[in-house]
Design a protein around this ligand. Structure first.
Ligand code: AP5
Length: 217
């Protein structure tokens, strides 16, 4: 695949989308667009968009399509996305969002959809042990903590558990994934340019496989 890359990363909560998209985007020199990060940073800044989203996120519900779509459309129309491309992380999550994405990207469309596949048992373990930096959003876990006392290695921010990584919110998020997001797998598969990559095992081996997949297309 050549620039502009237009990649969608699908996967259930805790599959490693954020971790892998961040590395892939840095390797390819493209934008990493995480709708979860966009919403969390708007909530931290106290913008109207962030205030609207916060309650939904903390409960583990999806933010309404009309709230998220405008923000994604504005971001994808920026010159870095049009010239170099992007990897979308956490979007689309519903059929309505996938159809809106097709329309935003007309006539070119998405070039590749990667489905990062991880069992529910593994994601439950990962989500309950995940910790994130309140400053820059970098992800850690109980097994891979920052070097010094839950202080971010990159920005010095405090590293904490995410508000939606409680057992109640996790189970709600996974139920919503099964109902609204999992059907996108068959939808994209039918369109072609769809690849499933296992998200279990060594982090670098998974990154290598994702990069090899992108290179093949
Ligand atoms: P979002 O932030 O996107 O959360 P999510 O979909 O629940 O996904 P996660 O961030 O939980 O998982 P991930 O796959 O990115 O895993 P990660 O790399 O962190 O969305 C949050 C909320 O925002 C939503 O619930 C919703 O309210 C709202 N929202 C967002 N987008 C929306 C949209 N389009 N429409 C409506 N609402 C929307 O990894 C997880 C952990 O595993 C980490 O600790 C990591 O270190 C570890 N890990 C990763 N890879 C490995 C590995 N190979 N081995 C061991 N550990 C690993």
């Amino acid at each position: 695949m050549n620039k502009p890359y237009r990649i969608v990363m699908l996967g259930k909560q805790g599959a490693g989308k954020g971790t892998q998209c961040s590395k892939l985007a840095a390797t390819l020199g493209i934008a990493h667009i995480s709708t979860g990060d966009m919403l969390r940073s708007a909530a931290r800044e106290g913008t109207e968009f962030g205030k609207l989203a916060q309650g939904y996120m903390e409960r583990g519900d999806l933010v309404p399509d009309e709230v998220i779509l405008g923000a994604v459309r504005d971001r994808l129309y920026r010159s870095d996305c049009r010239e170099d491309g992007f990897v979308l992380d956490g979007f689309p999550r519903t059929l309505a969002q996938a159809e809106a994405l097709e329309e935003i990207l007309t006539p070119e469309g998405v070039k590749l959809v990667i489905n990062l596949d991880v069992s529910t048992e593994v994601v439950l373990r990962r989500l309950s042990s995940r910790r994130v930096c309140t400053g820059c959003g970098r992800t850690y876990s109980i097994d891979f903590p920052p070097a010094v006392d839950w202080t971010c290695d990159d920005c010095g921010g405090t590293v904490v558990q995410r508000a939606d990584d409680t057992p109640e919110a996790i189970s709600r998020r996974l139920a919503i994934y099964e109902e609204l997001t999992a059907p996108l797998i068959a939808w994209y598969e039918a369109k072609g340019r769809f690849v499933t990559v296992s998200g279990e095992g060594d982090f670098d081996a998974i990154s290598d496989e994702i990069l090899a997949t992108v290179t093949r297309f």
